[in-house]
Ligand binder design. Structure first.
Ligand SMILES: O=C(O)CCC(=O)C(=O)O
Ligand SMILES: [Fe+2]
Length: 344
């Protein structure tokens, strides 16, 4: 099997096993009860399914989620066209030190280079975000000149993602025993963003990862994957890496670090990673649901009491992301920042 640049090669203990265990049991949850107005019994059984999935897996898939298939097909097709552009064209919309939005192919996870290329975009008007070192980063989308359909597809899709994000946030709030809209305020001026991922075919899929093992730092993620497969989740019961089998038109939802902290460890942000393969490219489209970077994250008052005190110190989300970002774009010799560093 072929050779790859050593920058991509995982330590032996993190190299993927190519004999895959398919995850029987990652729950597939039907959101259709949200469409009927007065069926309390169905809603409460949906809420308990969500709660069980968050507790036992940190991952679930949703169907009948209300996102039109047309929008999903449109963004997937525009993404393929974008990544098929020449490197030179893609580099014209590269992210840089000032603006983190755009194209890049050099992301590192846990100090090993990921086998992927990425296009990031925000869908708000040009805005600034505090990087945590009192610098202001400009969040401004960059669009390839000759592919107007990419912009249209992304903007339409992001609108749909926001609608689904609110539905899920409300279900998660209810599942934690909170009022339905308790968490909505965190998204009013949100810092959510959309990413297009392409994992190219790789001559040595047993040595590298498309994305190395990691937990998402945001509140939760809504992920569309194509039919190739490759996402693996570290199963909570036994620590085995299991594949999330592609389910056509479903979305994969995973709990991120912020919900782990808000819930004071009732729900856990679960480690996941992405395998690549020899002859197929894979496209995935995560929508990272984020509060604004100015938000302080800490366990919710309602979920702590004397027998169950706060397990985390409050941290500033923008500072956390800035510290994480410093290690995402270069190889450092120190562990990158994790929420465990804020554990009391
Ligand atoms: O491509 C995937 O399936 C997952 C990507 C991912 O975990 C991420 O970008 O955080
Ligand atoms: Fe992730």
């Amino acid at each position: 099997m072929g050779e790859v640049d050593p920058a991509f090669v995982q330590a032996v203990e993190h190299q993927p096993k190519l004999n895959i265990i398919e995850a029987e049991g990652i729950p597939v949850i039907d959101l259709s009860p949200l469409n009927s107005t007065d069926n309390d019994a169905e809603l409460s059984s949906l809420v308990s399914e969500i709660g069980d999935a968050c507790k036992n897996w940190g991952f679930f898939q949703v169907i009948n989620h209300g996102v039109p298939l047309k929008q999903r097909e449109k963004i997937e097709s525009a993404s393929r066209k974008f990544f098929a552009l020449s490197k030179e064209e893609k580099k014209k919309v590269s992210r840089d030190d000032v603006n983190p939005m755009g194209y890049y192919d050099t992301e590192h996870t846990k100090n090993v280079r990921d086998w992927k290329e990425v296009f990031d975009l925000t869908f708000k008007k040009p805005t600034t975000s505090e990087s945590g070192e009192n610098e202001l980063n400009l969040l401004m989308n960059q669009w390839p000149q000759d592919l107007p359909e990419l912009r249209e597809a992304c903007e339409e899709y992001a609108e749909e993602m926001i609608k689904l994000a609110y539905k899920l946030l409300e279900l998660i709030a209810l599942s934690l025993g909170l009022p339905r809209t308790r968490l909505n305020g965190f998204l009013t001026d949100h810092g959510s963003f959309l990413r297009l991922n392409r994992y190219p075919p790789c001559p040595a899929p047993h040595l590298v990862l498309g994305v190395g093992r990691h937990k998402d730092p945001n509140s939760f993620t809504i992920l569309a994957q194509d039919d190739v497969g490759g996402l693996e989740v570290k199963r909570k019961i036994d620590g085995e890496w299991v594949l999330v089998k592609p389910t056509p038109s479903a979305y994969i939802i995973n709990i991120g670090d912020i919900i782990q902290v808000w819930s004071n460890d009732k729900y856990e942000s679960v480690e996941h990673r992405v395998m690549v393969n020899v002859d197929k490219e894979r496209i995935s489209i995560p929508f990272f649901v984020n509060p604004p970077t100015s938000t302080w994250i800490e366990p919710l008052d309602e979920l702590i009491d004397e027998p169950n005190p706060a397990r985390y110190k409050a941290y500033n989300y923008g500072e956390f992301l800035a510290a994480r970002a410093r290690s995402n774009y270069e190889k450092l010799d120190v562990e990158n920042i994790q929420i465990s560093h804020y554990r009391i």
